[in-house]
Design a protein. Structure first.
Length: 33
């Protein structure tokens, strides 16, 4: 159970980071283009 909970937390954090990276690239694309 502990491993499952840890994986769920890691996945949630990774998703948040991934979304922020996408937002960053979208904002930079607007500036570049």
């Amino acid at each position: 159970m502990m491993a499952v909970n840890g994986n769920q937390v890691d996945t949630g954090v990774a998703n948040q980071v991934y979304e922020k990276i996408n937002e960053y690239f979208q904002s930079t694309e607007k500036i570049i283009w």
